[in-house]
Design a protein around this ligand. Structure first.
Ligand SMILES: NC(=O)c1ccc[n+]([C@@H]2O[C@H](COP(=O)([O-])OP(=O)(O)OC[C@H]3O[C@@H](n4cnc5c(N)ncnc54)[C@H](OP(=O)(O)O)[C@@H]3O)[C@@H](O)[C@H]2O)c1
Length: 274
């Protein structure tokens, strides 16, 4: 059991709302930074605050041992808002931690989208990241702020996260035609249960000072993701332009001791936890 006080940003999001009850069940004293009235798991303390409002962060950080920073903006075309939330918001948080909880461990969620689409193999943490789109570019910039902050940090680059009835898998059916995704395009993925597993390792200090990719054991095609969500995409046997785009190398996490508890998306389907 981890006995510690943790502030979660993004606790109301797809990932945070499934991570929060798991951490609370572990016995973690959880504090959630929220911008509105929301129902939170029993035992979790809500603290009003907004990453856009630096002054609101000080009371949220009082006495915390760690911060799990999930808050971000990316399901929008508003690039200025994306930069404001992901870069400026992280800067406000990092400055507030340095001022009010300088010994706290900061665990930030980033994304596999930071990697270059032209990668010649699954992307490793040390690979160059030069994205131009606002979401991954703002995440790379936010990562850099944290890495240079002097705080105790780790950065978890999440793949496509699914499960616990979050509806994320079903969005593939609309995202694939919108972004021209080939049905054979393959994503690294992970279940919410394993996001929690890696966050636990990070809270214990195992990933301190590192950027770590999260993946389960079997990447999955867009075609299969849609099928698992009950949808069918247009078929294609055209060659893939960037065969490794979307693929992350999960070796480092395993070297550090991570083992996915949901090894594949098909195992999740069989267990009824999609
Ligand atoms: N979901 C995935 O598959 C996936 C994959 C790769 C990486 N990630 C990363 O994982 C993290 C969580 O993703 P998600 O899918 O859970 O995102 P999400 O569902 O869009 O949730 C975003 C969260 O951020 C909060 N937020 C946004 N702007 C804020 C601000 N200015 N101040 C305070 N809170 C703010 C939102 O609060 P409100 O409820 O108040 O709007 C919400 O709780 C992100 O960092 C993302 O980059 C996710």
């Amino acid at each position: 059991m981890i006995m510690t006080t943790v502030l979660l940003t993004g606790a109301t999001g797809l990932v945070g709302s499934r991570l929060l009850p798991r951490l609370a069940d572990d016995g973690v004293d959880c504090r959630a930074l929220v911008r509105r009235d929301v129902e939170l798991p029993a035992g979790v303390t809500a603290v009003r605050g907004d990453l856009d409002d630096p002054a609101s962060l000080a009371p949220a950080l009082e006495g915390v041992d760690a911060v799990v920073h999930l808050a971000a903006l990316f399901r929008t075309d508003d690039e200025a808002a994306i930069w404001r939330a992901n870069h400026d918001g992280t800067r406000h948080l990092v400055e507030a931690v340095a001022a009010h909880a300088p010994t706290a461990r900061v665990v930030m969620a980033s994304t596999g989208n930071v990697y270059d689409a032209t990668a010649p193999r699954p992307a490793r943490e040390t690979d160059p990241c030069t994205p131009t789109a606002a979401y991954p570019a703002s995440k790379v910039a936010a990562e850099q702020l944290l890495r240079e902050s002097g705080l105790t940090w780790s950065i978890l680059r999440l793949p496509f996260v699914y499960g616990d009835d979050d509806g994320h898998l079903a969005t593939i059916a609309t995202l694939a035609p919108r972004f021209g995704l080939h049905p054979a395009h393959t994503y690294s993925v992970a279940h919410h249960r394993d996001v929690a597993a890696l966050v636990r390792m990070a809270l214990a200090g195992t990933t301190d000072g590192r950027v770590v990719n999260l993946t389960d054991d079997a990447p999955v095609t867009v075609w299969e993701m849609a099928r698992l969500a009950g949808a069918t995409l247009e078929e294609s046997s055209a060659p893939l332009e960037h065969p490794w785009s979307g693929r992350m190398d999960g070796a480092l996490a395993r070297e550090l001791g991570f083992r996915p508890t949901v090894p594949t998306i098909h195992a999740a389907a069989a267990e009824g936890i999609l």
